[in-house]
Write a protein that binds this ligand. Structure first.
Ligand code: ATP
Ligand code: MG
Length: 440
């Protein structure tokens, strides 16, 4: 239908302002989506190699599922959920902030574990109302993997071995490290909780507002606090790992044995607690230093009590989730590092530094290492920014002290490690074997 000509003439044409995506919810355009497809292919292949089968559950679930499943006093339930009232029924509904509760609901509803335990996985969007930043969004995506009906610790280890294989397939194995812990069973957790409350009450003056609020509701979460003034006090808090009962201890010992037998490197982190209430015994995270504060790329653990909490039969289970956006950031970083990025970027400032910087760069180029020397001056700080943006594995720093002593300071940019000084003549030996080890 066309509008009458006179009404179009009578109304001034107002240019509509373009609409934008909801803050923290991202488009994935074709260049980047190619990486998503690669990652999804690799994940599906690896999951199916271990007998995990796909399942899909709704994005929207009744709100009580998450309040009962995740826990009333968790960050997710307290402040991150997208909850709304169904316009017709008035029922409170929530966009899923994580997948485990929905999968367990589905398993109970369909009696999925009636005949045998089940290994399942799911991929899809999750929703949390967080402050958007690199690696943290309001709509984000996860692979979620669950072993339902297994008491472990064999499947706990299996899942970590499977993830190690996925990182290898993606070429990310040397950038991601495994941390494990045991947070015990309910009685141990209760005893630990009481000891924690006592400890925190003794240091009440140091607690921030969040911690005070959590003191009685969820003291375990205080261990997760990032407040600098509380760190020393947190470090002295009683550790659950020291008070494990015999069964939890045996479970954890066996898990560590299985990981060692499989050749999986890991670190026991007694401070590792997870943000959702349903975990017990095994908890684990895979962390990287390449993504700043958003360093956890995957996390999970055992949740032997969740089926019962949601009205099902006792069913031990273990699972984990991978943050897909964070994996994509790592893949992009690795591609850049593997592609046209130089091995080293030389920064130099001060009298007599440029000649040494150029000499060091030439010796690296003689050895076949692509090396960029900062051009155009600038402060150390701005040169370091350029070094990082170049994708170089190492910044080589030549200041006046180095020029005087004939040394160069090496700072790793893509992996953990302290800055260290080497003699300028030894720079090739210092960098080339390290680079060959990394396989790039
Ligand atoms: P964090 O401590 O980073 O907030 P979390 O403990 O809340 O993580 P989980 O609930 O364990 O995260 O989710 C598993 C994974 O999902 C995380 O390790 C991370 O990779 C990813 N993830 C969680 N929240 C977000 C988010 N808001 N945006 C992007 N990825 C996320
Ligand atoms: Mg979180």
């Amino acid at each position: 239908m066309t509008a009458p000509a006179d009404s179009a003439a009578a109304q001034p044409r107002v240019k509509a302002s373009p609409l934008q995506a909801v803050r923290g919810m991202n488009d994935v355009l074709p260049d980047e989506a190619a990486l998503w497809l690669d990652l999804e292919d690799a994940a599906r292949r690896v999951f199916s190699l271990y007998g995990y089968r796909n399942l899909r559950v709704p994005i929207v679930e009744p709100t009580p599922l998450y309040v009962r499943g995740i826990g009333e006093h968790t960050d997710v339930v307290e402040k991150e959920m997208y909850t709304f009232e169904d316009r017709l029924s008035g029922e409170s509904l929530t966009m899923r902030p994580e997948a485990t509760a929905g999968i367990v609901r589905a398993a109970i509803e369909h009696n999925l574990c009636y005949e045998r335990p089940q290994r399942v996985w799911l991929a899809g969007p999750m929703f949390r109302h967080e402050r958007p930043q690199k690696g943290r969004y309001r709509q984000f995506h996860q692979f979620d993997v669950e072993a339902l009906g297994f008491p472990g610790p064999d499947v706990d280890a299996e899942q970590m071995v499977m993830l190690a294989r996925l990182w290898r397939e993606l070429g990310l194995a040397d950038g991601i490290a495994l941390q494990v812990n045991s947070i015990g069973d309910a009685p141990e957790r209760r005893a630990h909780r009481a000891a924690l409350v006592e400890h925190f009450e003794r240091h009440e003056g140091l607690l921030d507002a969040d911690a005070k609020r959590r003191l009685h509701a969820n003291p375990l979460r205080i261990l997760d606090s990032k407040t600098p003034a509380m760190q020393a006090m947190i470090a002295e808090a009683p550790r659950l790992l020291d008070g494990l009962g015999n069964e939890s201890r045996a479970h954890f010992d066996r898990l560590r044995q299985l990981l060692s037998d499989a050749g999986i490197a890991f670190e026991v982190n007694p401070r590792l607690v997870r943000g959702l209430d349903y975990y017990n015994r095994t908890v684990f995270e895979w962390v990287t230093s390449r993504l700043g504060a958003q360093g956890t790329v995957a996390g999970g653990g055992r949740y032997d009590g969740l089926f019962e909490a949601l009205g099902g039969k006792p069913t031990p289970a273990c699972g984990f989730a991978i943050g897909i956006e964070r994996m994509i950031l790592l893949l992009q970083d690795a591609k850049r590092a593997a592609g046209d990025a130089p091995v080293a970027f030389v920064v130099h400032a001060g009298d007599g530094t440029e000649a040494l910087a150029v000499r060091v760069a030439e010796s690296l180029r003689d050895a076949g290492c692509a090396t960029v020397v900062n051009a155009g001056g600038g402060s150390f700080k701005s040169q370091m920014k350029r070094a990082d943006a170049s994708g170089a594995r190492y910044a080589l720093i030549v200041g006046e002290d180095e020029a005087r002593d004939g040394t160069v300071s090496i700072k790793p940019l893509r992996e953990p490690g302290e800055q260290r000084a080497v003699a300028a003549g030894g720079i090739v030996n210092a960098l080339v074997p390290a680079q060959a080890r990394a396989g790039r």
